[in-house]
Design a protein around this ligand. Sequence first.
Ligand code: UD1
Ligand code: UDP
Length: 391
Amino acid sequence: MTNSPAEPIDVMLVYGTRPEAIKMAPLVHALNHDARFRPIVAVTGQHREMLDQVHNFFGIAADVDLDIHSPGQTLTQVTTRTLEGVGRVIEDRRPDAVFVQGDTTSAFAAALAGFYHELPVVHVEAGLRTGDIWSPFPEEGNRRLIGQLAALHLPPTPASKENLLRENFASETIHVTGNTVIDALLDAVKRYVPSGDAALDAAVSDPSHRLVLVTAHRRESWGAPMERIGEAVARLAREHPDVVFALPVHRNPKVREALLPHVSVLSNIIVTEPLAYGAFCTVMNRADIVLTDSGGVQEEAPALSKPVLVLRENTERPEAVEFGVARLVGTDSDRIFAEASRLLDDADAYAAMAHAVNPYGDGRACQRVLAATAELFGRGEAVADFDPARQ
Ligand code: UD1
Ligand code: UDP
C-alpha cells in the first residue's frame, strides 16, 4: 500500500487464462521497468498448463498463484474460488489498484473482489461489445459487469471507446490505448521459435505448400457447432490435399471430443497440443489463411496480413472485418468450406483480403496504460489516445 507520493503505486494484476496472460505479459514487464509502479502478479490458475506455458515464454513468475483450476470446472466454481482467493490476497498485499484484462470469469471475479475492497479497478481491453449478452457467453456479460466496477476504462480502439460512451461512462475515465496483444506479438514474431512438433516444424519450413491455421474453443460452440467446424476442416483437407492444416487443440475436453474424431484421420491435418506463444506466432506468420473463433487471434492475424475467417455468428472485434481482412463465416460447415475454398482457389479473392492492417494497436499500448494509471493516482499525465488512422 502506497504511503507517500514518493512510494511506488502497488498495482495488482490478476488473470487466469492463456489470452489474459499473453496480454498482461508486456504490461508486467513495462510496470517492472517504471519506478512509479510496483507490480504484484496474482494468477487465479483458471487455466493451468496453458497459463504456465505463457509465463515460461515471457519469463514471468507469479507472486501469488491461487491454483483454482479443476477439470470440467463450472463458471460458478471459477467465480467463487477467484472471488474468495483474490479477496484474501488483497487483504494480505493491500495493493493500491487491481488490473484486470478482457472478459474472462477470472477477470470479472477479480474486478468484483477489487470493488468489494474499495480499490480502483483498471479494465484493460474495455468496451468490446457484440450487443448480445448470450454471445459470446459468458464473456459479453463479464465485460459489461467489469465495466460497471471499473474506475478506469482502457479500450483498445476508438470503436470500443464509442461503446463505452454510449453506455454513459464518463469520458475522462476512458483512454484508448491499443491492445497490449500487439505489443506482445511484435516482440514474439521477432524470435523464430519452433514448436518442437516435428511434422509441424517441417511444414512451417517447407515453402512448397500452403498452410491454413485453425483454432476453435468458444463455449457457445461446444457440441454441434464445434462438430460442424471439425467437418468443414476435414472436408477442406480432403478436397485440398496440397494444403496443410495446422490445428493446435485447446485443452478443454469438450473441444477435443467434438473436433478430434473429424480431423485426426487425415494426413494433411497436423493436430498438436496448444502451442507456446512464440511457436504459435511462428506458425501464424507462416500461415496463408487463419480460421478461428479466438478473440486474440482475430487481433493478431490482421497485423501479419493474414486473411481471417471468423468461425462465429458475431464479433466484438468488427475493425478487421471493416478493413476487409476478416470475414464472419459462422459455424455452418458448407459456408466455412465455401469461404475457405474461395480463398484457396481464387488468387484475386485472396489478394483482396491479404493486406496488413493494424486497427488493434501500434505496439505502444503498455505505455498508454501506464500513463493513464499514473494520471489516476496524480503521478503523471495520460498520453494521446491510440488512433489507428495515424499509424
Ligand atoms: C476460458 C474463458 C474464455 C477464453 C478462454 C481462452 C471463461 C468463462 N472462459 O474458456 O473467455 O476465451 O479461456 O482459452 O472465463 N483446461 C485444461 N488446462 C488448461 C486450460 C483448460 O485442462 O490449461 C480444460 C479443463 O478441463 C477446464 C476446461 O479446459 O475445465 C475449460 O477451461 P475454462 O477456463 O473453464 O474455459 P475455457 O473454455 O478455456
Ligand atoms: N495461442 C497460443 N497457442 C495456441 C493457440 C493460441 O499461444 O496454440 C495464443 C494466440 O496467439 C492468442 C491467444 O492464444 O494470443 C488466444 O487465446 P484463446 O484463443 O485461447 O482465447 P481468446 O483470445 O479467444 O479469449
